[in-house]
Each structure stands twice: as structure tokens, then as C-alpha cells.
Design a protein around this ligand. Sequence first.
Ligand code: ADP
Length: 171
Amino acid sequence: MISAICPGSYDPVTNGHVDIIRRAASIFDRVVVGVVQNPQHKAPLFPVEERVEFLDSALAGLDNVVVDVFSELVVEFARRWGARTMVKGLRVISDFEWEFQMHHLNRKLAPEVETMYLMASPQYSFLSSRAVKEVASFGGNVDDLVPPAVARRFEELYPRPRPGAPVSPQE
Ligand code: ADP
């Protein structure tokens, strides 16, 4: 069985992530979605349990995909699952710079683990967890950008005014 991992913070999962995971699942026998417990560079909005729940519900139809949490080095996570490949999505040039650095660092740490990059689908190439959080927090509609469970949670966190409801500038 050939396994790959799809690591990330998934804070929260977006339709762009789901697209990459689906495409990876059509190539590999098994895909393990690795959710980093405590991202180093950013405090997550959603606790890890909730990030996992969102992924579980978004990926429910994919039989060869499992979701797991990790707090070790990503290459150690790959080794733990017996995966020789990490799959990552590449959106724009700015992703490339960071990914280039991480690729070589990870190859140094674990030469047997290869990273494979899938080009983001055009309709998701502008999409990031950070951007959807920002839009949702200002009351913007992100229903087409995230899986339904995430959209519902955003609606609870940041209720949107009903269409036609009077808006008072004082409120
Ligand atoms: P983000 O970069 O949005 O915070 P993560 O850290 O969870 O997301 O990233 C996990 C992986 O998913 C990374 O390889 C990232 O490049 C990829 N990814 C994130 N958003 C998209 C997207 N819209 N399309 C393709 N790949 C994406």
C-alpha cells in the first residue's frame, strides 16, 4: 500500500484543501491528512479537535483518507505512517519561496521522504484559511469557499445580517 500525507494547520479546512486531498486520494492508495496540533507561526482560531471534525465531515465520502493529529516534525509524522511522499498544494509564487525552503530542509532531515506539489485549481488559487477567516469575521459570505460544517460554524461565530433587515449606522 502506497501512502502519502497531506500536512497543514487546516484552521479551518477550505475547499482548496479538499480539492488537493481529493486529487491526492486519486493517486495514492491511502492519504493521511496531518493536522498540526500547535502551528508555530500562528495561534489557531479553532482548537485541534474542531479542525479535525471539520475535516472528517468534509472528507466523509473518501474511503482511503484518514485524518490524524501530529505535534512532531512533519517528516517524523510521515515516517510514523510509513509514507514516503508528502503532498502539498501550490497556489502562487509566494507559496513557492516558502515551499522551496521547507522542501530542502525536509530532504536534509529525511532524504527518503519526497514532497510532491499539486498546482492549485484555478477556482481555488486565491483561497487561504487566513483569507476566509478575515472575510467571515467582517460578516462576509464564505459559503462557496469552505465545506458546509465550516460555513455553519462561521455563521454562529459571526452572524450575518439577514437580507432586507434594517441596518442602523448606530449599531
Ligand atoms: P493555509 O496555507 O491556507 O494556512 P495550511 O497551512 O493548512 O493552509 O496548508 C496546508 C496545505 O494546503 C499547504 O500545502 C497549502 O499550500 C495547501 N493549500 C492551502 N490552501 C490551498 C488552496 N486554496 N489550493 C491549493 N492548496 C492549498
